[in-house]
Design a protein around this ligand. Structure first.
Ligand code: 3HC
Length: 321
C-alpha cells in the first residue's frame, strides 16, 4: 500500500471536503479542536443551566401528569449535558476543567436561560419556543464534521422533539382554557419570543459577526447553516404554529413576504443580547450562584465515585497479578 504522501492538513481537509467524519484519533488543526471544545462545552453548559428555569416549576406543576412530564424533561436535559461533556472529552479536555471555566465565567451558556420563569405558562413557552429553536439549531449538527458531536445530536434531537411537543400542548391547553389562562399563555409567549430568536446567535450579515465564528465553522462543516438562515427557518416554522395555538407573536412587523415565502420580522434588540452575554440579564447572577452551589454540594458524590473507581481498579489489578 503506498504511503499516504499528503500532509496532515491535506488529509483533514479531504475528509471535510468529502463530507466524511473527523474522529477523535484523526489529526485535526488546533483551531478546529479549540472551536469544537468551545461550542460543545457551551452546548453542554446550556443543557445543565437550562435545568434551572424549568426545575423551579416541578413542585408547582398543576397536575401529577404535568409534574411527571416536566420531571422527565429536566432529567433529559441533565442527560444531554453529560452526553455533550462526553463528546467534548473525546477532544482531550476533562469535564471538570470545562465546569471550572464555566464557574469562573470564562465559558458561556445560552443567553436564553438568563430569563425568569414567572408562571406555569413559561413551561409551555420554553418547550415550544426554546426547545423548538434548539431543534432547528441542532438537527444540522447531526451532520457536523466531528463524529462524536454529530452522533450525540441524533439522540438529543429525538428527545427535544418530545420537549417541544409537551410545551406546545401546555400552551394549547391554556390558550383554549379560561380567559385568564389564555392571557397567561400570551404573556409567556410575549416574554420568550425575542430571546428565543437571539438563541441562534448574532447576525451573520452585521458588523458584529465579523468577529463571529460562523464563516470558519461553516468552512469546517461544524455549522451547516448560518445563524440568520436557522433563525429564519425557526420563524417560518413558528408563525403557523402560533396560529394553531390561538396566540399572537409580539412583533407588529411580522408579515409573510409573498415573493420569498418567508416571514419578515422586526429588528432584534442586539444590545439586549450582548448585555445578557456580559452578565446583565435578569437571572445571570442567580443561575451562576445556583450552579456553583450545586457543584459544591455534589463534591462528595464525585469524591465517593472516584474512591470507588480507584478501589475497584486496585482490586482488579491485584486479582490479575
Ligand atoms: N448564548 C450565548 N452566547 C452566544 C449565543 C447564545 N445564544 N449565540 C452566540 N453566542 C456567542 C458565541 O459563543 C460567541 O462567543 P465568543 O465570541 O466569546 O466565542 C459569540 O457569541 C459570537 O457568536 P457566533 O454565532 O459567532 O458563535 P458560534 O459560531 O458558536 O454560534 C451558536 C453560536 C449558534 C449558539 C453555536 O454555538 C451553536 O450552534 N451551538 C450549539 C447549540 C447550542 O449551544 N444551543 C444552546 C441551547 S441548548 C438548549 O437549548 C437546550 C434545550 O434542551 C432547551
Amino acid at each position: 500500500m503506498t504511503q499516504d504522501q499528503r500532509t496532515a492538513p491535506d488529509r483533514f481537509q479531504t475528509l471535510v471536503d468529502n463530507d466524511e467524519r473527523i474522529e477523535p484519533r484523526d489529526e485535526m488543526p488546533d483551531a478546529y479542536r479549540k472551536t469544537l471544545i468551545r461550542q460543545i462545552a457551551q452546548h453542554a453548559h446550556s443543557e445543565i443551566i437550562g435545568m434551572q428555569p424549568e426545575g423551579n416549576w416541578i413542585s408547582r406543576a398543576p397536575s401529577l401528569r404535568r409534574k411527571a412530564i416536566l420531571m422527565a424533561k429536566v432529567q433529559d436535559e441533565a442527560g444531554h449535558g453529560l452526553y455533550l461533556y462526553s463528546a467534548a472529552e473525546t477532544l482531550g479536555v476533562d469535564r471538570s476543567e470545562l465546569l471550572d471555566l464555566l464557574h469562573a465565567g470564562r465559558q458561556r451558556y445560552s443567553s436564553i436561560f438568563n430569563y425568569p420563569t414567572l408562571t406555569w405558562a413559561d413551561m409551555g413557552a420554553i418547550g415550544w419556543l426554546v426547545d423548538g429553536a434548539a431543534i432547528v439549531n441542532q438537527i444540522p449538527i447531526t451532520r457536523c464534521s466531528y463524529g462524536p458531536y454529530a452522533r450525540a445530536m441524533v439522540r438529543i434531537c429525538k428527545e427535544e422533539s418530545f420537549h417541544q411537543r409537551q410545551g406546545f400542548e401546555i400552551l394549547h391547553t391554556l390558550s383554549h382554557g379560561t380567559p385568564e389562562q389564555h392571557a397567561m399563555a400570551q404573556d409567556a409567549v410575549d416574554r420568550w419570543w425575542w430571546p428565543s430568536l437571539m438563541m441562534f446567535g448574532p447576525p451573520d450579515s452585521g458588523a458584529d459577526q465579523s468577529k463571529g465564528h460562523t464563516a470558519q465553522s461553516m468552512a469546517w462543516k461544524i455549522k451547516r447553516f448560518s445563524n440568520d438562515e436557522l433563525r429564519q427557518k425557526f420563524v417560518d416554522m413558528s408563525v403557523p404554529q402560533a396560529g394553531v395555538l390561538g396566540l399572537t407573536l409580539p412583533d407588529p412587523d411580522l408579515h409573510l413576504d409573498d415573493e420569498t415565502g418567508h416571514y419578515r420580522f422586526g429588528e432584534i434588540d442586539w444590545s439586549e443580547f450582548f448585555s445578557v452575554l456580559k452578565g446583565n440579564g435578569p437571572c445571570n447572577a442567580a443561575r451562576m450562584q445556583h450552579r456553583r452551589a450545586a457543584h459544591n454540594d455534589g463534591a462528595w458524590v464525585r469524591e465517593a465515585a472516584t474512591a470507588y473507581a480507584e478501589k475497584t481498579r486496585a482490586r482488579t489489578a491485584a486479582g490479575a497479578a
